[in-house]
Design a protein around this ligand. Structure first.
Ligand code: SF4
Ligand code: SF4
Length: 153
């Protein structure tokens, strides 16, 4: 959605996940549908005139040095952003189990444990499915972490 370099000179490159995965009311775009202005693997066709919310948005990988290169949305097939106490993880429905797999399952559990310390939590959305990450699965004390339970609607 943006091409402004983030930390460590990151940039969106060919990523267009945030033009597809989130619902965007201002564009009447439902979740998991391409924005009508996006050309896959190329980007926004109205970039100079894109809405303000698109100009303002950067995913957490673009904003945070704490997320390593494996969290590049083009690699992870997930995009992350903060919504108040909620860390929102949108997974590409074409890769519905990626968040359950290494290295992401442990990383998400650690993320949830860290968030919990300040009253936060981590929610994964995959198509119509919603999961709350279990912070108790984090760290070496819980190597055999449990699968997250579906979150309440
Ligand atoms: S999900 Fe992140 S990296 Fe991908 S286009 Fe959006 S802001 Fe850029
Ligand atoms: S207007 Fe452009 S930047 Fe905004 S969601 Fe659509 S394609 Fe992406």
């Amino acid at each position: 959605m943006q091409t402004t370099p983030g930390p460590k000179d990151r940039n969106c490159g060919t990523c267009t996940l945030c033009c597809r995965l989130p619902d965007i009311d201002a564009l009447e775009k439902p979740a998991n549908a391409w924005c009508g202005h996006c050309v896959a693997s190329e980007g926004c066709t109205i970039y100079a005139d894109r809405p303000e919310l698109c100009r303002d948005f950067l995913c957490s990988w673009m904003k945070s040095n704490e997320l390593g290169p494996e969290w590049d949305p083009t690699i992870a097939h997930m995009m992350i952003y903060e919504q108040g106490p909620q860390t929102t993880v949108l997974a590409d429905p074409d890769f519905p189990d990626v968040w359950r797999q290494a290295p992401y399952a442990d990383a998400l559990a650690n993320m949830a444990a860290n968030a919990e310390m300040s009253g936060g939590y981590v929610i994964v959305f995959v198509g119509d499915d919603v999961f709350k990450i279990d912070p108790a699965a984090a760290g070496p004390a819980a190597p055999d972490h449990r699968a997250p339970e579906p979150a309440a609607a």
